[in-house]
Ligand binder design. Sequence first.
Ligand code: KG4
Ligand code: ZN
Length: 356
Amino acid sequence: MKPILCLGIESSCDETSAAVVDSDRNILSHVIYSQVPQHQKFGGVVPELAARAHILAFEDVVRRALLDAGKTINDIDVIAGVAGPGLIGGVIVGWLGAVGMAQGAGKPLVAVNHLEAHALVPRLTNNTEFPFLLLLASGGHSQILLVRGVGDYELIGQTLDDSAGECYDKVAKMLGLGYPGGPVVDSRAGLGDSARFKFPRPLCDRPGCDFSFSGIKTAARTILEKCRGRISSTPNGAQDIAPLQDEFIDDFCASFQAAVVDVMENRMRNAIRDERVIAASPTALVVAGGVAKNSGIRAMLERLAAEFGLEYSAPPLSLCTDNGAMVAWAGIENFLHGRVVTEPVAPRPRWPLTEL
Ligand code: KG4
Ligand code: ZN
């Protein structure tokens, strides 16, 4: 049977991306235009700048995705666009672009939930089967979900305050390491001594699967202020803010990352033992979202999966952060379940997976 071809479009944060993917799990093309350089000088994503950059990049990114795949819009069977959750200006640009193309070319359209796109991408790359237990960690979300099928999610735990990605980005900012913070903190952590600084492990002494990261972030600020104070008060180093030594930054990142990984391990252990999860007998432990790139988190989950006799599944690093291929794949999975748009869909800044 001829595979289904889907054009997927992502625009919910600071990447304008489009990809052509088929139902045989081939990525025929993948174009990612990253806006990171435009936001870097502001230390984070500026929503208005992001929306404008999506408008400017959209047409070129989609054209190139079709061209690289050697296809025209007429060859495409289904168009998928992210309709939320995310920064609403960007979501509007990508979603309305997808709607316009689908209407113009007379193609079926899927309104993809960005979180579902992250959640399903391990099925594109690793053929992971339902049901699975998912740690979904991105810039905007930190959740543990039982994934029973397409559109079928049960929330097992979630952050009570900051997301893990947000925490990484803020700590990187405190250290002057730039934006986005996750990748650089992760690589510096690999060089440092994780026992040097004492970070808390919030909620780990309590039952349940919810996270809290704000205490780790506050501890980071406190430790840093104390150490900076000490450095600047030395007789020959009289500066307001003393420059941080490389070794200090490495050890700080390693100690911070160890705390985040410990918290995630503690919560995932509880999730694996949760009665709803036990009753569903998941086949795999899956990690997805931008923070799934993290070396410490990946290693911890691989160990945990082996301990509990579960398959470990994570997307390749290039498909963890936001991308069009995951949207195209979620488009295919939804299309195959008949989940296509039949009436106007409004873009949504918030759209929990439990509301699909
Ligand atoms: O999924 P994503 O691309 O965008 C959202 O949907 O939010 O995730 C971006 C987040 C950022 O906070 C970034 O710092 C984080 O993922 N991130 C990482 C790593 N690589 C990216 N966090 C920890 N370790 C990493 N290696
Ligand atoms: Zn994302």
